[in-house]
Write a protein that binds this ligand. Structure first.
Ligand code: AMP
Length: 352
């Protein structure tokens, strides 16, 4: 057990790290952020900050030596240099979770081996591969980078087979996925302790706009609720297979044939931000509790329902209007520059 007062290391300097640090502070911990950028919005609320690259092993080792435990809020950290961290402090979730989740081919293969069902997919490393993938899986489909993709970045829609010819391959490993006809999208967010105790939050129904999460609603619609049990069983198998400690997210499409796995994130997730006010214990607090070996808090709902809206780009300028409604819980991440498509904050409303 790592008692309150100790230092928690966080790899990654964005809003997820910021909200982990705020939850950790409430429990009496101090946080140390490690991130490559000079102006980290997570470091703004932390006791210490190291600016360093994710593959700088001496810097990672020096950082970890000052921490009682290290976690990450960003999954595109290379797994190999993390040995420099684990030599000095426990790393939760394990590096293996990063290796699986940061590559769409590894992720889909891993989940398939546990009985999960992703969209039909094929590896694409050349134009020949792409033609073969489109011929066997069919169109429409989506070509995605295997690594470093997030919020719909690094994706190309193939509406009809001939579109493949127009794609300029980016010279990175890719994956082609058949387009899934879904009724709705949802996520399963769980927290797992080192001893293997698992708790789930209610599944949010997620609506994306332009590949970016726009709104999460709890409770989800009946079509989703009918599929949550199967999706949770898969998520628990993934967590157990990885010896996972902390918060884990799996995203699903609810289809006429049941839940289709989309992707996983070995971390707290945007579709769980509603838990700050909408659950008895937030995803951030239970993540801290799990990685520090504290008892978990209840994941039960704190309201009849919850709606979380992301503030993307210019939406953040609406804060005066948002605050004029006393029922709104406003969260701004403190990012200096507003850019189109950038997550600037979110607003949560409870249905009491
Ligand atoms: P991703 O970054 O892979 O989660 O993609 C972002 C969003 O694009 C998803 O939440 C879906 O709304 C949509 N999307 C991604 N892959 C597929 C697919 N194979 N079929 C249908 N929609 C998809």
């Amino acid at each position: 057990m790592i008692p309150p007062g100790e230092m928690i290391g966080i790899l990654g300097g964005g809003q997820l790290g910021r909200m982990i640090a705020l939850a950790a502070a409430n429990l009496g911990y101090r946080c140390h952020v490690y991130a490559p950028e000079a102006d980290s919005i997570a470091a703004d609320v932390c006791a210490a900050f190291t600016q360093g690259e994710y593959d700088d092993e001496p810097a990672l080792a020096a950082f970890a030596a000052q921490c009682a435990v290290v976690t990450y809020e960003f999954e595109n950290v290379a797994a190999t240099p993390l040995a420099a961290v684990t030599a000095h402090a426990p790393l939760h979730p394990p590096a293996r979770a990063l290796e699986v989740a940061q590559d769409r081919v590894n992720e889909k293969s891993f989940v398939e081996a546990l009985g999960g069902r992703p969209a039909p997919w094929a590896k694409v490393d050349s134009m020949e591969d792409l033609r073969a993938a489109v011929a066997s899986i069919g169109a429409p489909g989506i070509l995605k980078t295997r690594r470093d993709g997030y919020d719909g970045k690094g994706q190309w829609r193939i509406v009809q087979a001939s579109d493949a010819e127009a794609v300029e391959l980016p010279g990175k490993p890719l994956i082609y996925e058949g387009f899934v006809t879904f009724d709705a999208e949802f996520s399963v967010i769980l927290v797992r302790t080192e001893a293997g105790e698992v708790r789930f939050w209610d599944s949010a129904e997620n609506v994306h706009k332009g590949g970016i999460l726009d709104r999460s609603t709890v409770p989800a619609s009946p079509v989703i609720l009918a599929q949550v049990e199967e999706a949770r069983a898969l998520a628990a198998k993934v967590a157990d297979a990885l010896g996972y400690v902390g918060v884990l997210t799996l995203e699903f499409f609810a289809t006429a044939d049941g839940p289709v796995f989309n992707e996983m994130a070995p971390r707290v997730h945007n579709s769980g931000h509603w838990t700050i006010e909408g659950a008895l214990t937030s995803q951030f607090e239970n993540h801290v509790r799990a990685i520090c070996g504290l008892p978990l808090g209840s994941t039960a709902l704190a309201a009849k329902g919850v709606v979380m809206d992301n503030l993307i780009g210019d939406d953040a300028h609406d804060w005066p209007a948002i605050l004029s409604d006393p029922a709104n819980h406003l969260h701004l991440y403190g990012k200096a520059a507003v850019r189109p498509g950038r997550k600037m904050g979110h607003v949560t409303r409870l249905v009491l």
